[in-house]
Design a protein around this ligand. Structure first.
Ligand SMILES: Cc1ncc(COP(=O)(O)O)c(C=O)c1O
Length: 438
């Protein structure tokens, strides 16, 4: 497979676009960051005319695949009447109403542009509501790249790698140019550790505004919460007057229409959603408890953003949610069945090729990693995976016509089907064979 056009485009791009890519993560792709030409359904085409089955799905948002007809027509219609007003419009009310119906924790919602912004707003609401400063977050979770929460993050495709034991103890900024002081109010804990959470919250609750957690540790190994862990977090935060924020930017509308909190029967105070909400168009939301959301109404917390709730984004989100809810939620059945088959097939192939590896999966998202361990249930175990070997695998998969993220996280869309499963397992078989020989 040739990537010559992508390679030369990257050089052109570097002349004008800082780093040659529009988001730092994308630079990690090997053998070169690909330049896309088009996408349709579960497949994407690059400018060298290579076609790939797409499990990157734009890092998660494309839950309906590429160029889904309902999204395309919603966007076309929006563009004919105007994509943005800077005034209120019907689409905002419609989307907010839908979100309040769909998300179990939502009395009210606020709309923003990205997951990062939604998390920023949620943290502010929590501080304003409690009058406290500190925020508890967990090792291996990612909550966007704002100064207030971006800690050094151990992902194979992020620049900084925090595998050293030192970084387990310290809170390091996630990037150069970020003041270390910005993290003074952040307390980092191991996740899934009942004792550590209880000890800290009981000792310091007078200072803690919020606990923020991914419901499934999707950003580091797709690790599930231990039984009752999130319910325990809920009970403890309730008792101590701490705001519980579930960051559902990945899990929202992916694990089910009601996200992880719907699936697990939880009622966090606030949730943040993004990615799948817009089906590929930039939009995010904070949803939650009316008492906390009222700080926006009161003006105690400013919620700003020129393009918040713009007509194109709200149209995209409404059509994505309607599509996901249609036919009794058959999209979720389809995504889960495809993921079942893929995960089972890949596990079999790992055994066939005698390559030790693990697939951790929750609904239509899974993490594939190469490791000698028989289970990966915490961040430390996750850090022992062979990330470099996986990155080679991802490159081999590309040559076999399958696009996967270099860190091991796979997303399945509602339009992946039997043909994609067959072609993907064939590609995995070939890639593993070559990996062994290398
Ligand atoms: C759990 C989680 N929260 C927040 C974010 C930030 O979202 P965005 O990239 O849209 O700013 C991400 C992005 O991957 C995420 O995975």
């Amino acid at each position: 497979m040739s990537y010559a056009n992508s390679q030369s485009k990257l050089e052109q791009s570097k002349k004008y676009l800082a780093g040659g890519v529009a988001s730092t993560l994308r630079a990690a792709m090997k053998p070169t960051p690909l330049f896309a030409a088009s996408g349709k359904g579960a497949r994407i085409r690059d400018i060298d005319n290579n076609e790939f089955i797409d499990y990157l799905l734009a890092y998660g948002p494309l839950i309906l695949g590429h160029a889904h007809p309902s999204l395309t027509s919603a966007l076309t219609e929006a563009s004919l009447t105007s994509v943005a007003y800077g005034l209120q419009h019907e689409g905002e009310i419609e989307l907010a109403r839908l979100l309040c119906e769909i998300l179990p924790c939502a009395d009210k919602v606020a709309l923003s542009g990205s997951g990062t912004e939604a998390v920023m707003l949620a943290l502010r609401l929590a501080r304003a509501h409690t009058g406290r400063r500190k925020v508890v977050r967990f090792h291996g979770h990612y909550h966007g790249w704002s100064d207030a929460i971006f800690t050094s993050f151990p992902s194979a495709d992020m620049k900084q790698s925090a595998n050293s034991p030192e970084s387990e103890a310290q809170i390091l900024p996630g990037t150069g140019g970020q003041s270390e002081r910005s993290l003074e109010d952040v307390i980092l804990l191991p996740w899934n550790d009942f004792e550590a959470l209880e000890k800290l919250l009981r000792e310091e609750h007078g200072q803690i505004a919020a606990v923020i957690s991914e419901p499934v540790m999707c950003n580091s190994g797709c690790i599930k919460p231990k039984e009752n862990y999130l319910a325990f977090m809920r009970a403890l935060t309730d008792e101590l007057g701490i705001v519980m924020i579930l960051d559902e930017v990945i899990t929202g509308f992916r694990l089910g229409l009601g996200g992880a909190h719907g699936k697990y029967g939880l009622k966090p105070d606030l949730v943040t959603v993004g990615k799948a909400l817009g089906g590929g168009i930039a939009i995010s939301a904070v949803a939650g408890n009316a008492e906390i959301m009222k700080h926006i109404e009161l003006g105690t917390v400013s919620h700003l953003g020129t393009l918040n709730g713009n007509a194109a984004a709200t149209a995209a989100a409404i059509s994505t949610l309607r599509e996901l809810a249609s036919n009794g939620g058959s999209a979720y059945i389809q995504m889960n069945e495809v993921t079942n088959e893929l995960v089972a097939g890949i596990r079999k192939l790992l055994i066939k090729h005698q390559i030790p590896g693990i697939l951790n999966r929750e609904g239509p998202v899974f993490h594939m990693m190469f490791t000698e361990q028989s289970i990966v249930e915490d961040f430390q175990a996750f850090n022992q995976r062979d990330a470099a070997l996986y990155s080679q695998f991802a490159e081999l998969m590309l040559n076999e016509g399958v696009l996967v993220r270099t860190n091991g996280l796979w997303y399945v869309s509602a339009v992946h089907g039997q043909q994609e499963i067959k072609d993907t397992l064939h590609a995995v078989d070939h890639a593993l064979k070559q990996l062994k020989i290398k």
